[in-house]
Write a protein that binds this ligand. Structure first.
Ligand code: ATP
Ligand code: MG
Length: 348
């Protein structure tokens, strides 16, 4: 929120092989484990007797080298496996690096948020989840790499396009980030009054519909400081919805809530996503609604997620539809998604 836009990104280095082109080609080009130099494009049905099977399988990209200064062992649990979602990605991180001073936060991040799904980005505290969100909306710029939203490069957007692009997003911050001087109704109406030409009657219809959805219709006159933490989050949710965003980002929607409120909020997220999917299909919208929920609450992730990205040490350990992830045989993923203290992940 109080973030300053960073300096503009350095232009992609044209001399770098594979730079920004495809997530499967990490910087520096490590030696792939398979036979080198094999063209990955030989057609499946080609009768070439000498062609290797590698080219046919070409599903998982070669294992990337660890980031500079890190050992292969530190990334031993990063299988980099991505179980297919069957959908295009609404948001895509391609080899993204971001450091603050000496702290290397994103270290060659490749991550996708499939369109029309509720995705979770989970990872231990301080791994850079909020930093990811800020990259998606152009509040932070990568040192290297690219972030695509509906196929368009965010770091390369001129300011006017960036402002337009941000209208695709609804953002829900940890505390709801309501304006303290406005009552609930005016808070939720704010984006409509700011960004649309709608008359007050229409604004009221929309605001009351959204407040109703989050169970706050009767609290419309209340000031933010009269609301509980859970109510503030729901109010923030209502406000994030009024402009009918294609992509809704929730940063720790569950922080500070008791388990029951957390579960209810999770249900609300699922319900509203379902309604928005129906609406998007009925209206024939170009993009299906994509939700990305950032959390370190594993229980929420298990309940709410269609798709799970596990972020650790600046890269995705493994990602995929929730069922695949919950059945993963990766010990790190198993430990992490089960919330167990025994396993490779230790407190440090
Ligand atoms: N603007 C900034 N300047 C300097 N350091 C920053 C900045 N933003 C984030 N960081 C650092 O980057 C790291 C990742 O921060 P981030 O807020 O993304 O973590 P997180 O995964 O969201 O953690 P949590 O689950 O606790 O919210 C932290 O060490 C943080 O101090
Ligand atoms: Mg955070």
């Amino acid at each position: 929120m109080d973030e300053q836009r960073d300096e503009p990104p350095t232009a992609p280095d044209p001399g770098q092989p594979g730079e920004g082109a495809h997530p499967s080609v990490p910087d520096g080009g490590p030696t792939p484990p398979g036979p080198a130099g094999d063209a990955p494009s030989s057609p499946v049905g080609a009768p070439g007797p000498t062609s290797s099977r590698v080219s046919v399988v070409a599903e998982q990209p070669p294992r990337p080298a660890p980031p500079e200064g890190a050992s292969e062992q530190e990334y031993a649990f990063h299988s980099y496996r991505v179980y297919p979602s069957g959908r295009p990605d609404a948001v895509e991180f391609i080899d993204v690096y971001k450091s603050f001073g000496r702290a290397n936060i994103l270290r060659g991040l490749n991550m996708g948020l499939p369109e029309g799904m509720v995705s979770m980005i989970i990872g231990p505290s301080g791994t850079g989840k909020s930093v990811c969100i800020k990259h998606m909306v152009g509040l932070l710029y990568p040192d290297r790499g690219d972030i695509l939203v509906h196929g368009q490069s965010v770091p390369n957007m001129p300011d006017d396009e960036l402002f337009e692009m941000r209208k695709k997003f609804g953002l829900l911050f940890q505390d709801g980030a309501l304006f303290g001087s406005m009552n609930l109704y005016d808070n939720v109406a704010f984006p409509l009054r700011q960004h649309t030409e709608k008359g007050e009657d229409e604004v009221e219809d929309i605001v009351m519909r959204r407040l109703g959805e989050v169970g706050l219709a009767s609290a419309r006159e209340k000031m933010p400081n009269e609301l509980s933490g859970g109510m503030r989050k729901r109010a923030g949710f209502a406000r994030a919805l009024v402009l009918e965003p294609d992509i809704l980002l929730f940063d720790e929607p569950d922080s500070g809530l008791d388990p029951v409120r957390t579960a209810l909020l999770g249900e609300l997220i699922i319900e509203i996503h379902r309604d928005m999917m129906d609406e998007a299909k009925a209206k024939g919208k170009e993009h299906l609604p994509t939700f990305a929920v950032v959390t370190h609450d594993i229980m929420s992730a298990r309940r709410v997620a269609d798709y799970i990205n596990v972020l650790w040490m600046g890269r995705i350990v493994e990602a995929g539809p929730a069922e695949d992830m919950l059945n993963s045989d990766n010990p790190f993923i198993r430990q992490f998604l089960a919330g167990e203290s025994q396993g490779p992940l230790a407190m440090d």
